[in-house]
Design a binder for this molecule. Structure first.
Ligand code: MTE
Ligand code: MO
Length: 329
């Protein structure tokens, strides 16, 4: 996984995103052809691929839900990553192993969308995304996101605490893990035709992790429904862990007594483990994790990596007594 060096990410974009900014942007979105505006604003982006990008024409039925009020508990120590970067530099192997998958991801149908809930629950069920959204307490959170490849971004997610969903579906006391899986649609996600990958994309959390305040289900991004390339209609956000734990396009949640083997663990267990907590002192077998390339409004900057990606106060206690586990890979 090579990281290309991009020039010219200096996109003029407001750093903070108070609701007013979102409101203005949304008003603008409705009024003038925002897509055209975005392409113009993105003229500085590495050319060809971006110029041809067109958002899906389909209207997202959840659009009216956003923006939502920000939860002030989760503060950033750095400016937000420009939206154009966060929505055009992605990892989503279902659509390819390169970073520029946003166009291909537009092929994914996101309505109707259901989430199968099974395993150790009082009653197995299938949730419809719009019914779920209507029942969940939506809020915005500014989170840092750290990829194991040592690049990072800071982004505004909207969505709800994973715990709220867990309370709704009522797992049994015997559940030890929550396993999340992505859709399987090789007809639109051509990466899934690559049989050597262990589809569907799978990852999981202990129940203690899943019910921690920081564990979040993101359904919105930058004050709008989350784009397909970022995991529409819902994806996990556990910011103290490396990005590969953040399952996108969730279609199934299984409560289990057994620890799941994740997608990346199955591919290369020596490099990608179950816990995957961010730690500057524990190197990836092929590179150091001591620092990261942060993409901010002024472009790319190397900054020190923080233990638990800076979220130790929220999550360090989850790992008391687990010191023998490989917590940081
Ligand atoms: N289904 C699925 N989810 C996924 C991935 C993937 O390939 N498939 N990649 C992960 C990785 S490695 C990262 S860093 C994040 C990237 O999220 P972003 O593109 O929204 O920044 O998504 C994660 N979720
Ligand atoms: Mo990642």
């Amino acid at each position: 996984m090579l990281i290309k060096r991009n020039k010219g990410w200096e996109i003029p974009e407001s750093q903070a995103t108070p609701e007013a900014v979102f409101l203005n942007r949304r008003t603008m979105l409705k009024g003038v052809g925002a897509i055209g505006g975005m392409i113009a604003a993105g003229a500085a982006l590495p050319g060809a691929a971006f110029a041809g990008h067109k958002e899906s024409d389909e209207v997202d039925p959840s659009a009216h839900l956003y923006p939502v009020a920000q939860n002030e508990i989760f503060k950033l120590d750095r400016p937000l990553t420009p939206e154009k970067f966060a929505t055009h530099y992605n990892n989503y192997y279902e659509f390819g192993s390169q970073k520029e998958i946003y166009q291909l991801a537009q092929n994914l149908p996101i309505r109707p969308w259901t989430i199968q809930v099974d395993g150790l629950v009082e009653k197995e069920m299938t949730l419809d995304i719009d019914d779920l959204l209507a029942r969940m307490p939506l809020e915005e959170r500014l989170y840092r996101h750290r990829c194991v490849e040592a690049w990072s971004i800071a982004v505004p997610y909207s969505g709800f605490p994973l715990k709220a969903l867990i309370d709704l579906v009522r797992p049994l006391g015997s559940a030890k893990y929550l396993v999340m899986q992505t859709f399987e649609k090789p007809e639109v996600a051509r990466g899934q035709k690559q049989f050597w990958y262990p589809w569907p994309y799978t990852d999981g959390l202990t129940m203690a992790e899943a019910t921690n305040d920081l564990a979040f289900i993101a359904t919105g991004y930058y004050g709008k429904p989350i784009p397909r390339q970022n995991g529409a209609p819902l994806r996990l956000a556990v910011p103290w862990k490396y990005g590969f734990k953040h399952v996108k396009g969730i279609a199934r949640m299984t409560f289990s007594e057994q620890r799941p083997v994740s997608f990346w663990e199955e591919i290369q267990a020596a490099e990608y483990g179950f816990w995957a907590n961010v730690n500057p002192e524990v190197s990836h077998p092929r590179w150091s994790q001591a620092s990261e390339k942060f993409y901010g409004p002024d472009g790319l900057k190397r900054v020190p990596t923080q233990l638990y990606n800076g979220y130790a106060e929220f999550v360090a206690g989850l790992y008391d007594g687990l010191e023998k586990e490989p917590l940081y890979m």
